[in-house]
Design a binder for this molecule. Structure first.
Ligand code: CP3
Length: 330
C-alpha cells in the first residue's frame, strides 16, 4: 500500500499512483471552528510567529479530514518582515506594512537575513510537524515568489516601478530571490518534502513579460530546490495565458486557477475546483463537481487534486469534507 507521502511525491514526479493525492490551499483557516477558537485569543501575527500555534493550526484540517499533505501555517510576508519591514495584519484589510517601500533608496535598507535566527518559530514548527506526521504524510513548505512578495512590499505599485524604476525593481527581486532560497533551504533542512511557490500576482504580467519579471527568479529558486531533490509546485491564479512561461521555470508541478483547462497543461498539474463552488454549492453538488474533475483527469499520472485558489472564509465545513472524501474514495 502506498502512503500519502509517497503518493504525493510520485504525483509530483508524474509517476503512476493508485488515486490522486489531495490537499487544499488555505486548508488551515477561518472556515474551521477550531481555528476560530484559537484565533479569538491571538492576533494573526502572533499565530504566525508562535511555534505551538503554527503546529496546532497546521494540523487542524488534517486531523479532521486526513488529506495527503499538511502545509505549514505561515504567510508569504514573513520573509519581508525578516528583511526588516514592519508587518501587521489589519482586520478585513489583509497584510500591511507601516513602512512600505515608496522610494528607491529604501531598498538599500532591507537586510539579508539568517532564516534560523530571524524565524526560529517557523523552523521549530516544521520540525515538530515532521515528527508528528512521521514519514507517511507529506509536509509542504512555501513562500511567495519574488514578484508577488514585492507586490506587497511596494504597496501594490509594482506596475509603476516596472515602468519607472526597472533597475531598482530588478535589484529588489534579486535580493528577494537570494533570501527566499535560504529561507526555503532551511525549510528543507527542517523536514519539508515539497515546496509551493505562490505567484498569486503573476497574472499582472503578460506572457511576454513573465520570464523577465517573475519567471527568471522562480527558475533560480526551482534550481536550488531541485538540487536537493525537492519538487516545486508553482501556483498562479490567473494562469491560463501563462502556462508556457510557467513551464519554462522548470517547476515540477503547475498549480492552476479554475479558469484554466488542466488538460492543456503538459507535465504535472495541481488544481482546480472553483473555491466559489465549495462556498456556495450543496454537499451533493460538491461531490458531483469533484467527481467530474477527477474524471476529466482520469488515467493521467502527475495530478494533485486541489482548488483553483484558497478555501474562502465562509465555506461550510461539510463541503470541504465532501471534496476531500470524494478524492479519498475515488
Ligand atoms: O494554505 C494554508 O492553509 C497555509 C497558510 C497560508 C496562509 N497564507 C495563511 C493565512 C498560506 C499558504 C498563505 C499564502 C499567502 N498569503 C498568499 C498566497 C496565496 C493566495 O491566497 O493567493 C498571499 C497573497 C498571502 C498574503 C495574505 N495573508 C493576504 C492577502 C491575507 C488576507 C486575505 C485573507 O484571506 O484574509 C493574509 C492573511 C492570512 N494568511 C490568513 C490566513 C489563514 C487569514 C487568517 C485570519 O484572518 O485569521
Amino acid at each position: 500500500m502506498t502512503n500519502s507521502r509517497e503518493r504525493f511525491l510520485k504525483a509530483c514526479r508524474s509517476e503512476p499512483v493508485d488515486r490522486p493525492p489531495v490537499w487544499l490551499m488555505r486548508q488551515a483557516g477561518r472556515y474551521l471552528p477550531e481555528y476560530q477558537s484559537i484565533r479569538a485569543k491571538h492576533s494573526l501575527l502572533e499565530m504566525f510567529t508562535t511555534t505551538e500555534l503554527i503546529v496546532e493550526a497546521s494540523l487542524q484540517p488534517w486531523h479532521r479530514f486526513g488529506m495527503d499533505a499538511v502545509i505549514v501555517f505561515s504567510d508569504i510576508l514573513i520573509p519581508s518582515r525578516a528583511m526588516g519591514m514592519s508587518l501587521d495584519y489589519v482586520e478585513g484589510k489583509g497584510p500591511q506594512f507601516s513602512d512600505p517601500i515608496c522610494f528607491p533608496d529604501q531598498i538599500q535598507k532591507l537586510k539579508s537575513f539568517d532564516p534560523l535566527v530571524a524565524c526560529p518559530f517557523l523552523y521549530n514548527g516544521l520540525q515538530q510537524l515532521r515528527s508528528k506526521l512521521g514519514k507517511t504524510t507529506a509536509l509542504i513548505g512555501f513562500c511567495g515568489t519574488p514578484w508577488t512578495t514585492a507586490h506587497y512590499m511596494l504597496e501594490k505599485e509594482i506596475a509603476i516601478w516596472k515602468k519607472e524604476q526597472p533597475k531598482k525593481l530588478a535589484q529588489l527581486l534579486s535580493l528577494l530571490t537570494e533570501n527566499l532560497i535560504s529561507y526555503l533551504l532551511a525549510q528543507v533542512e527542517s523536514g519539508v518534502d515539497v515546496v509551493q511557490l505562490f505567484d498569486s500576482w503573476g497574472g499582472l504580467l503578460s506572457p511576454a513579460e513573465y520570464e523577465q519579471w517573475s519567471g527568471q527568479y522562480v527558475a533560480a529558486i526551482v534550481q536550488a530546490l531541485q538540487a536537493k531533490k525537492i519538487p516545486v509546485i508553482l501556483f498562479v491564479k490567473e494562469s491560463a495565458a501563462l502556462l508556457q512561461p510557467m513551464l519554462q521555470t522548470g517547476a515540477d508541478v503547475l498549480s492552476v486557477g479554475s479558469a484554466t483547462d488542466m488538460n492543456s497543461v503538459s507535465g504535472a498539474v495541481q488544481g482546480n475546483l472553483d473555491s466559489e463552488i465549495l462556498l456556495h454549492a450543496s454537499v451533493e453538488e460538491v461531490q458531483q463537481k469533484t467527481k467530474e474533475m477527477l474524471y476529466s483527469m482520469r488515467g493521467r499520472s502527475g495530478y494533485i487534486a486541489n482548488l483553483g485558489h484558497g478555501v474562502l472564509p465562509k465555506t461550510p465545513v461539510e463541503n470541504v469534507e465532501a471534496f476531500v472524501e470524494s478524492v479519498l474514495h475515488e
